[in-house]
Design a protein around this ligand. Sequence first.
Ligand SMILES: [Mg+2]
Ligand SMILES: [Zn+2]
Length: 206
Amino acid sequence: MSYAMMRHRGSPPGADRAATADSDPRRPALFLDRDGVLNRRIAGGYVTSPEALEVLSGAWSAARAARRAGASVIIVSNQGAIARRVATESDVARVNAVLVDALGCRGVAVDAVYVCPHHPGAVDVADRACDCRKPAAGMLVAAAEDLGLELGSSVMVGDKPSDAAAARAAGIPPSRILRFDAATAGDAGARSLEAAVRALLGGPLR
Ligand SMILES: [Mg+2]
Ligand SMILES: [Zn+2]
């Protein structure tokens, strides 16, 4: 599992990321948004501690299906709380570690977590603009470079239009971009997400 905190626009690719190039390059990925997809969104707020993290089960079976199909599982998460100084990088890392553990306990190995710490309302002006905060494509593109992923055969699951926009900007075809809100999806929504992921990733990969 690799963990990447995105840095400022202009840093050379991979500058602050541990390169973990895969021995089987150009595999597809299932990209998962975090808040609203894997855990309960906090309306108007941020999940800044493990105590505030409520892991939701709806997307697990889809993620398991993706792994069985040979796809990587990558979490891509905007955490503007860092730039707004509502949370520190280590607060966010702790929450993500608990989430990744919870998923691992349920048979979903996460390959990498990418976090955008920037926000238009950042305390530090330098943290206001970036090319990684969704709807920008930066986190998906970085993951593809780091892990040798094929974006055109990957799938994005998110609860917001900005997730879909980031996926489109990264080159994921619209038919492979899925809207999923774990809090409202229910069992039927979870089953249909799994079926869609299976249909998109479950066939022959190469
Ligand atoms: Mg979300
Ligand atoms: Zn960013």
